[in-house]
Design a protein around this ligand. Structure first.
Ligand SMILES: NC(=O)c1ccc[n+]([C@@H]2O[C@H](COP(=O)([O-])OP(=O)(O)OC[C@H]3O[C@@H](n4cnc5c(N)ncnc54)[C@H](O)[C@@H]3O)[C@@H](O)[C@H]2O)c1
Length: 250
């Protein structure tokens, strides 16, 4: 497979290594220094593009891939307010896009069990639930896309939570947690040097706590998942998420 890498930062570099190990060829690498090379002609040299850049650049990159009719795998987070528009455009134009807030297999298993657990906890309303996420200090968006997917999974399944709200600890929001309403799900975000990504769901009652936690040890799992997604979309048309690729069932 011929791959274009859009955003050649921490993730782009690991994706290059994993894709090359899996015998794929990198035909285009775009970063801030060579944005002028992001042309339809150059993109069309690739069978698929893999996008890990920034929330401020991802939409332009997706539009460029749609224009070139090159399938695009999107790992960048922080753009989900535009999801419906992109889904519509993708389907109307007959192009292909797959996105994931988190491409790691372990996190996608976590997403699945998180929903099952939330459904079960409807029977035990004396537990209150909260989500906590920790990432490195360079992360631009908050809460993480992964935390949003976890929170939306809980809001979808747990009858007494209607929406999520976020508190970023570095904003100096001491005491703000006390203002959260009973039907709001709190996501607490922490930014700590060198943490690739830790997500915890806590159900707390007066007598005990249940903690459900995923810890990424490095970024390799995200990069492998993105390359697997690029392989999976070959020959497919339409708008997909990681859920379609993993398709967990018991
Ligand atoms: N979905 C997942 O599994 C997953 C996993 C890890 C990270 N992420 C997300 O992926 C994104 C990138 O993460 P990262 O750790 O590689 O960040 P990074 O900061 O290391 O890399 C981002 C790169 O984008 C480049 N860039 C900025 N503007 C650009 C432009 N106009 N054109 C091309 N490139 C440009 C930067 O120079 C940088 O090299 C973030 O949004 C992060 O949250 C998603």
């Amino acid at each position: 497979m011929k791959i274009a890498i859009l955003g050649y930062g921490k993730m782009g570099k690991i994706i290059e290594k994993i894709a090359t190990d899996r015998k794929h060829e990198i035909v285009l690498k775009i970063d801030v220094t060579n944005q002028d090379e992001l042309t339809t002609e150059n993109l069309q040299k690739a069978d698929v593009a893999i996008e890990f850049s920034t929330p401020g650049t991802v939409l332009d990159h997706i539009d460029a891939c749609f224009k070139a009719k090159v399938p695009v795998i999107v790992g960048t987070t922080g753009w989900y307010g535009h999801l419906q528009r992109l889904k519509d455009e993708c389907e109307q134009n007959g192009t292909t896009m797959l996105y994931a807030s988190n491409f790691s297999v372990g996190v996608n298993i976590f997403f699945h069990i998180n929903k099952m657990l939330a459904k079960l906890m409807n029977n035990y309303p004396y537990y209150d639930v909260q989500v906590e996420e920790i990432h490195h200090t360079q992360k631009l968006d908050s809460p993480s896309g992964t935390a949003i997917t976890i929170a939306e999974g809980i809001v979808d399944e747990l009858d007494n939570k209607k929406e999520w709200v976020n508190i970023l600890s570095t904003d100096g929001t001491e005491g703000l947690a006390d203002t959260i309403k009973a039907d709001q799900l709190l996501i607490e975000s922490f930014r700590i040097e060198n943490v690739p990504g830790t997500h915890t769901v806590v159900y707390d009652s007066e007598v005990d706590s249940i903690e459900f936690k995923h810890t990424a040890h490095n970024r390799n799992g995200f990069a492998l998942g993105a390359v697997l997604a690029a392989e999976w979309v070959q020959g497919k048309k339409g708008f997909y998420s990681a859920k379609d690729m993993f398709n967990f069932s018991l």
